[in-house]
Design a protein around this ligand. Structure first.
Ligand code: SAM
Ligand code: DTB
Ligand code: SF4
Length: 342
């Protein structure tokens, strides 16, 4: 019989995971705020150090957008020119045909893009819409491009269907801090966004999720947005940081623009808190100028929307961006099939 008493060694079966996984770091709003408030040089130095450690090749991803279904959206997002509630001059259209989309994707690839993102002005697609978008995804994927779609709220089975068609990324932004969300949109709640993100993750699609600044939010809201993104488990593989494009007719058209250096700070803090993510310097580049964009790349941005148009508003033209990258000595990412990294 075995020994007994406090000193006895009892055989125990320990079930361990094959590989120990470190718990993800949780970011408090205060910790993010403290990063944002650092002297700019200290913040940029930290962000660039993190950036070099995780992206030694230092390339810039080029992602091209196409609005495959424009305008007439039933939601009332205060920033968006595609809401049917606002008089912005954007006409509602039908879902584009496969041939047209493939033509645009081919042109994007020829111009050097590695990712193609299809956007639709829907609150949530119907099942028959998902079927049609699945055909678009499959056709774009066949060209050797990474595929991304942004279609509004998704159910779990819709996400699975898109994954099966070859969807690599789903873009669904949290846009701002939960405390400010109700001031920007009232036709859905923050939890709706989180639910869709969970369905996307569960389907095995990589997550593209970020936000917009310059919507009248406070510095604490900006820190709150970053904390939300960084605390997603896992954090998004792609993080678009948009500066509001102020479109006449939208409720936010007269918002105070963000100080360009505060925009740079947002990029830096996204880089530090989500070190392996592709941080995208997104909408609003036409207003930023070359020097501020250069600072954004220094702060760790390594992706841009590339092409003359975003969804319905303008973007720097391809030639301008090619010149900018050349001037800064930055190389575009060449291969489309990178592994998800977060
Ligand atoms: N309807 C879908 C949705 O809302 O998720 C997909 C399309 S929607 C246009 C995609 C994203 O574009 C929004 O979440 C928002 O972050 C961004 N966006 C829309 N209008 C913008 C603007 N005026 N300036 C900057 N970003 C904008
Ligand atoms: C994202 O974060 N920004 C893009 C993309 N994801 C879909 C959209 C920007 C839209 C800017 C205004 C417009 O052109 O509609
Ligand atoms: Fe519709 Fe998306 Fe625009 Fe909101 S952001 S109004 S959901 S298209």
């Amino acid at each position: 019989m075995g020994a007994s008493g406090p000193d006895a060694v009892q055989p125990v079966t320990v079930h361990r995971p094959a590989r120990a996984v470190a718990p993800a770091r949780r970011w408090s709003v205060e910790a993010v705020q403290a990063l944002l408030d650092q002297p700019l040089n200290d913040l940029l130095f930290e962000a660039q150090t993190v950036h070099r450690a995780h992206f030694p090749e230092g390339d810039i991803e080029l992602a091209t957008l196409l609005s495959v279904k424009t305008g007439g959206c039933p939601e009332n997002c205060g920033y968006c020119p595609q809401s049917a509630e606002f008089d912005t001059g954007v006409k509602a259209g039908k879902l584009m045909e496969v041939d047209e989309v493939v033509g645009a994707a081919r042109a994007a690839k020829a111009a050097g893009a590695t990712r193609f993102c299809m956007g639709a002005a829907w609150r949530a697609p119907r099942d028959r819409d998902v079927e049609k978008v699945a055909a678009l995804v499959a056709a774009v994927k066949d060209l050797g491009l990474q595929t991304c779609a942004t279609l509004g709220m998704l159910e779990a089975d819709q996400a699975r269907q898109l994954r099966a068609a070859g969807l690599d990324y789903y873009n669904h932004n949290l846009d701002t801090a939960p405390e400010y969300y109700g001031d920007v949109v009232s036709t859905r709640v923050y939890q709706d966004r989180l639910d869709t993100l969970a369905h996307v993750r569960a389907a095995g699609i990589s997550v593209c999720c970020g936000g917009i600044v310059g919507m009248g939010e406070t510095p604490v809201h900006r820190a709150g947005l970053i904390a939300q993104l960084a605390n997603l488990e896992p954090y998004p593989e792609s993080v678009p940081i948009n500066s509001l494009v102020r479109v006449p007719g939208t409720p936010l058209a007269d918002s105070e623009p963000i100080d360009p250096l505060d925009f740079v700070r947002m990029i830096a803090v996204a880089r530090i808190t989500m070190p392996k993510a592709r941080v995208r310097l997104s909408a609003g580049r036409q207003q930023l100028g070359e020097a501020v964009q250069a600072l954004c790349f220094l702060a760790g941005a390594n992706s841009i929307f590339y092409g003359d148009k975003l969804l319905v508003t303008g973007n720097p033209d391809v030639e301008t961006d090619v010149q900018l990258l050349r001037k800064l000595g930055l190389k575009a990412r060449r291969v489309a099939n990178e592994e998800s990294c977060a």
